[in-house]
Design a protein. Structure first.
Length: 120
């Protein structure tokens, strides 16, 4: 099964966890796409500013605080991912409920820890 992952809230800044996550996902040979506020390249992944209709997304890993998430609710649900990972600081019970209603699993976890422990 593909684990194609969308990093939502991707950053070009090397000290940001979303940036590190892109590198680690690629190191684990996971197909990765990214959306952020600024376009650019991290490793071999292009960060897009626009909400593209990516196909075959298994996982969306969020790096957006809950106040910034509502504008992405419909977009994320439209991608029909298997799961959405809520990294530390992104926890959002309102969105968990919406995802559940659309048969999408919510996982409150750290993508970096999941990758590091082989649980991704």
């Amino acid at each position: 099964m593909s684990k194609k992952t969308l990093v939502l809230g991707a950053s070009l800044k090397e000290e940001r966890y979303s940036n590190v996550a892109i590198y680690r996902l690629r190191k684990n040979n996971i197909e990765t796409v990214a959306i952020g506020l600024r376009e650019g390249i991290v490793d071999d992944v292009k960060i897009h500013k626009e909400l593209l209709p990516f196909i075959g997304i298994d996982t969306v890993t969020l790096y957006l605080n809950p106040q910034r998430q509502p504008q992405y609710y419909e977009y994320i649900i439209s991608l029909k991912p298997q799961r959405v990972i809520f990294n530390p600081g992104t926890e959002n019970p309102e969105f968990y409920k919406m995802l559940s209603e659309n048969n999408i699993k919510s996982e409150v976890a750290c993508t970096l820890v999941l990758l590091g422990t082989g649980q991704y």
